[in-house]
Design a protein around this ligand. Structure first.
Ligand SMILES: N[C@@H](CCC(=O)N[C@@H](CS)C(=O)NCC(=O)O)C(=O)O
Length: 343
């Protein structure tokens, strides 16, 4: 096994510093890779990531082992070190292999994608049995999963969420707004969450870009200075909280100027989903949402939707924290956030 380990290391660039038992798991034949359809399913990112053709190296002094490996299989699967994929509850009866794979975590950006998927699954139950079927891979920031090489091939930015679509040969999509647009363009045939009218679609894109470039980054910075920064810098905290509140006031005006219920037209769309997950976490950033009554009512309206509720449980549902729990949570997060900044 040691020789095979060394061989894998030199031929395929695999880190083989793990124990022999772990290493034995890294060698699997393509043919024996199976998918279970229970709620925890075998993690199978798209083929180009994990299947590496085992080929003899011209510099190998171990050619007999190369041949031995090739006899085991034409392909060698490198066991992913990412967590296993899981089926969402909404697809618990699914018997076929899910087509979409969402890499995510329980954060506002992660929830955007899971809410969109859960809304679509409910809107198109037949599609959800096939092309729209999905599983999710819960990445751990504490384990730095989002920076692992196999994930960086899916999202070179090393952040969640990211989507792999087997309906399109394992096509990878990253950046939340891009994921939402991909989903409605490909899995919303009746435009239940999107717009066929070019003017409404343009309006929706305006709100999507506004939130993607404004609310997410600014509220993220408010979170950082208010919750995670090693020193409390009043200027930084105020700057980003004020800017987040200002952006909320723009959303409030947006709701006032339309029919009042949704950001675009008279329809709940991905323009709403794209910013909702951030606005509902206003308190974590220290921003008081009660200053914006329309926006607060809009949050409550979306939270009451079964699809949004289900999406907020993927991968896990947050719970209301006490002051002490909030501090402990912030401390735990700041450890990986600050460590990550050094890279
Ligand atoms: N602009 C990106 C932002 C993604 C993002 O910042 N994700 C955060 C979680 S909300 C993340 O993965 N953080 C991990 C890290 O910074 O290492 C998007 O919209 O997808």
């Amino acid at each position: 096994m040691f020789k095979i380990t060394t061989l894998l290391s030199s031929k395929l660039g695999i880190n083989t510093t793990s124990s022999t038992s772990t290493t034995s798991k890294t060698i699997r034949t393509f043919a024996t890779t199976t998918a279970s359809t229970t709620t925890s399913i075998s993690h199978r990112p798209h083929p180009h990531l994990l299947f590496t053709r085992a080929r003899p190296s011209p510099i190998s002094t171990c050619s007999s082992h190369v041949r031995q490996l090739e006899r085991i299989s034409q392909y060698t699967t490198i066991m992913s070190t990412l967590p296993k994929a899981q089926l969402p509850e909404s697809l618990s009866g699914l018997t076929s292999k899910p087509k979409l794979h969402l890499y995510t975590a329980s954060t506002p950006n992660g929830y955007k994608a899971s809410i969109a998927l859960e809304e679509l699954v409910r809107a198109y139950p037949d599609l959800a049995k096939d092309r729209l079927s999905y599983d999710f891979i819960p990445l751990s920031f504490a384990e730095n999963d989002q920076k692992k090489p196999e994930f960086l091939k899916i999202n070179p930015n090393g952040r969640i969420p990211a989507l792999v679509d087997d309906n399109f040969g394992g096509h990878n999509v990253f950046e939340t707004a891009s994921i939402l647009i991909w989903l409605v363009e490909n899995y919303d045939p009746e435009s239940k969450f999107w717009f066929t009218d070019p003017l409404l679609r343009s309006k929706a894109l305006s709100w999507i870009f506004f939130a993607h470039g404004g609310v997410g980054p600014m509220q993220g910075q408010a979170n950082h200075f208010y919750r995670y920064a090693p020193e409390k810098i009043p200027y930084g905290i105020k700057r980003y909280q004020d800017e987040t509140a200002r952006l909320y006031s723009v959303l409030e005006d947006g709701l006032n100027s339309g029919a009042g219920e949704w950001l675009v037209g008279d329809k709940y769309s991905i323009a709403d989903i794209n910013v909702f997950a951030w606005v509902r976490s206003a308190a974590w950033a220290g921003v008081d949402i009660t200053q914006f009554p329309k926006l607060e009512a809009w949050v409550n309206r979306i939270e009451a939707r079964p699809g949004a509720y289900a999406g907020l449980g993927i991968p896990t549902r947050g719970k209301k924290l006490t002051k002490e729990e909030e501090e402990a949570h912030a401390k735990q997060n700041s450890a990986w956030i600050l460590a990550g900044q050094k890279k």
